[in-house]
Design a protein around this ligand. Structure first.
Ligand code: UD1
Ligand code: CA
Length: 460
């Protein structure tokens, strides 16, 4: 049977008090709506329609990379039923199942979606509502049952005080029989406290028509948390982090303090890696096995091999670190930094678009930008590649086994040949052949008794 997904994402998200549309706020490193779409893709939908409205262009732009999505625009936004109606042109001939998701419910699992589809089809229902029993139902629509069966859903603002005591809530996620759904939605009126067209009203309409309305109740209410405010956003983020940390720990990763492990959903970490408190692993980062990542480090969109040590307070973005590398404390690797096997990067070293070859070292205070550094090179403290001449970025090449003395400036483009030595305090303007020694500092001049003589001159 065909499954069609509709995601509601047109609302302003007034309670967020934000210039950004609600569904583009991020949790676990991704916009809320991305989580919803990823979950939805697990049921292999025939079509996916997203209802956008408030800042439609921004939402569209954020989802540009995703395929097989149809957008329907809801303008003005008159409620969730009105929102679903805007998907009608896209789904006119749809048969099978229509699954309605909310762009602001990011923790829903694909298992629940599969259960929803299973229950809906096996019971021959016209509508099936995903519900949860929660301690604090404030803000949610309440499920009103007569006997065992769902009779209707009442929004908090329209509920009597007795109804507000009900702790079973509407998740805003439903399965509907696609055929006839839009005609039924058109019969919903806006006779309520908010003067909006409420999609949950479909439940009582279907029941009055004698149609079957089913429910499934999630066992973990976290799954259907809606994000309507900043504090709910923080709560959803926290749940995502906890889930991710639990998943990694189950796979053999040590996380010293899961409460401060900020690991995005898309990140992978190998077994026996140890993650200390207050570490952020973001985006498409992959970390190998047996690594140790110390506190205060942030690693974004980077690939890290096995047995790598990242000491405290490193910032690593769009970089590659091969096996057995060690980095930091206080290192900054960015923009295609490529640190090869066993190489060491020490404190206050910055690498940009630079290869640091296998076994090479840059242990203190250096800027290595646009450089290709061979194997077993020693880069002394205070070395700077002067890669920018004010117009162009130029490359520095340092070949295998070279030794760069401390406080060297390499004015690119320039090459230091195999095994060559550069003396401390040298400014390299011309390439150095293999095996040569280059020094540029002048002969030292020493003035004996200079301090004493100056005192005499100044009469002090
Ligand atoms: C809705 C449900 C409530 C349920 C809760 C679960 C209604 C009337 N109420 O309430 O029963 O407990 O979700 O989270 O449906 N949207 C549009 N166009 C609109 C209005 C909303 O696209 O005109 C979108 C929003 O962007 C959002 C979703 O629909 O993604 C839900 O809207 P929201 O205003 O957050 O509804 P709730 O008050 O949370
Ligand atoms: Ca909501």
């Amino acid at each position: 049977m065909d499954t069609h997904i509709v995601v509601l994402a047109a609302g302003k998200g007034t309670r967020m008090k934000s210039a950004l549309p609600k569904v583009l706020h991020r949790a676990g490193g991704l916009p809320l709506i991305d989580h919803v779409l990823t979950t939805a893709s697990a049921v292999r939908p025939r079509s996916t329609t997203i209802v956008i409205g408030h800042q439609a262009d921004a939402v569209k732009a954020a989802l540009q990379g995703r395929e097989n999505i149809t957008f329907a625009v809801q303008e003005p936004q008159l409620g969730t039923a009105h929102a679903l109606l805007q998907a009608e042109p896209a789904l006119q001939r749809a048969t099978g199942l229509l699954i309605l998701l909310s762009g602001d419910v990011p923790l829903l699992t694909s298992d629940t979606l599969k259960r929803l589809i299973e229950r809906h089809t096996s019971r021959g229902a016209s509508a099936t509502v995903v519900t949860a029993v929660v301690d604090d139902p404030a803000g949610y629509g309440r499920i009103v049952r007569v006997g065992e069966e769902i009779a209707r859903i009442v929004e908090e603002k329209d509920a009597t005080s007795a109804e507000r005591q009900i702790r079973e809530i509407n998740s805003g996620i439903y399965a509907f029989q696609a055929k006839g759904i839009f005609d039924a939605v058109r019969s919903i009126a806006a006779e309520n406290a908010q003067r909006e067209y409420y999609l949950p009203d479909l439940v009582s309409i279907y029941r009055q028509r004698g149609l079957i309305v089913e429910t499934i109740t999630v066992s973990n209410p976290d799954e259907i948390r809606g994000v309507n405010s900043r504090s709910e956003l923080a709560a959803a983020s926290r749940v995502m982090r906890e889930q991710k940390a639990a998943e990694l720990m189950a796979a053999g990763v040590t996380i010293e303090d899961p409460a401060t492990a900020y690991i995005d959903r898309g990140v992978t970490v190998g077994a026996d890696t140890v993650i200390h408190p207050n570490v952020s692993l973001e985006g498409t980062t992959t970390i190998g096995a047996g690594c140790e990542i110390h506190s205060g480090s942030r690693i974004v969109d980077s690939q890290i091999g096995d047995r790598v040590t990242v000491f405290n307070h490193c910032v690593i973005t769009s970089a590659r670190l091969a096996d057995d590398v060690s980095v930091g404390p206080f290192a900054h690797l960015r923009n295609e930094a490529d640190v090869r096997a066993r190489a060491k990067v020490g404190n206050f070293v910055e690498l940009k678009k630079t290869v640091l070859g296998a076994g090479s070292k840059s242990m203190h205070l250096a800027y290595l930008g646009d450089a290709t550094i061979g194997e077993n090179v020693n880069v002394g403290a205070g070395t700077i590649t002067c890669n920018y001449d004010g117009v162009n970025k130029n490359r520095t090449i340092i070949e295998d086994g070279a030794f760069i003395g401390s406080d060297t400036q390499l004015i690119a483009p320039v090459t230091v040949g195999k095994g060559a030595y550069v003396g401390s305090g040298t400014t390299i303007r011309e390439s150095v052949p293999a095996g040569a020694l280059a020094v540029s500092a002048g002969k030292q001049r020493t003035f004996e008794n200079w301090v004493e003589e100056r005192k005499k001159k100044s009469g002090g």
